[in-house]
Design a protein around this ligand. Sequence first.
Ligand code: NCD
Ligand code: ZN
Ligand code: ZN
Length: 385
Amino acid sequence: RTVDGRGGVLLPGFVDLHTHVREPGREDTETIATGSAAAARGGYTAIFAMANTSPVADNAAITDLVWRIGQEVGLVDVHPVGAVTVGLEGRQLAEMGMMADGAAKVKLFSDDGKCVHDPVLMKRALEYSSGLGVLISQHSEDPRLTEGAVAHDGPTAARLGLAGWPRAAEESIVARDALLARDAGARVHVAHASTEGTVSLLRWAREQGIAITAEVTPHHLLLDDSRLETYDGVNRVNPPLREDRDKLALRAALAEGVIDCVATDHAPHAAQEKCCEFSQAKPGMLGLETALSVVVETMVRPGLLDWRGVARVMSERPAQIVGLDDQGRPIAVGEPGNLTVVDPDAEWTVEPDALASKSRNTPYAAMTLPGRVALTVLRGTVTAE
Ligand code: NCD
Ligand code: ZN
Ligand code: ZN
């Protein structure tokens, strides 16, 4: 079969280092099948499925199961992320080596949603992971600084009476984990960087030669805490939407390469978990199907990234971080490759009911966004068009 991609921009298939598919445990909100369909529509050929499932992905039986279901679905490679502890708040290190050696060949490890609160445990997890892959720093839940917090700790939250989540909660843990990674000779990846201060810390850590990488979400590039005025639970997310200056610092850092890549933190939730009062809504928003368009809006249109740069932040750098050698690279003529064709001139209005995801919690409902994925190809087979 021949596909005519004329007028489109040809990019290597996108790689998402941070997706929540809710299987096993919350298949009412997302399954590996529906999450894969959403990923393919968003131009992705590989996603990394976070470990905060139920049960937690803290052993090779579960990580191999997730990998196998993903291969059966066949729309995108679903790479499981392994939890570093047994259970999300466990005190005991998980068998990371077993997960790395299994069919899924786990390359990324995280205690998703709960940073390893104990620095000694984090140090040991970094040491253990150093021969196996990359450890994701889920910095944003420093427990004492974020107790009860639901929104960015700034003037908007103060005015609206929402409990504030300070920048320092994130930055103190980013700094801690950079230093622990240095001492352990390990590689650490900072999940969803959300503040101007985190950007400074990343720049500093790189200058010290620390093996640190970082991602930013589409929503932290586009949205800020001015969205909270409506008290709509769809805008509740961890880490919280910050202020204008954070947004601009994150965009500049992504353009410069201080932040390596875009990762969606796609977090499906049921309608009844998001419709309630802001403080009661579960944190998290959808991201897979809108990521490219948000990157076009925030980075390409303002001239911060060209299409070469989009390939770098959506595909090449994330593939390099985890060592995926079949992703994010040039494809020889005749070779079945992973690729994405984008219509750069398309504009579309986001309709939640038209999404492939099983959940509807997109913050972009009714918003018109530029650029659209026209075609996704996984190993020579069309997975979305
Ligand atoms: C994540 C989720 O829903 O799994 N939510 C989010 O707001 N990012 C968990 C988390 O990272 O807190
Ligand atoms: Zn998180
Ligand atoms: Zn997450």
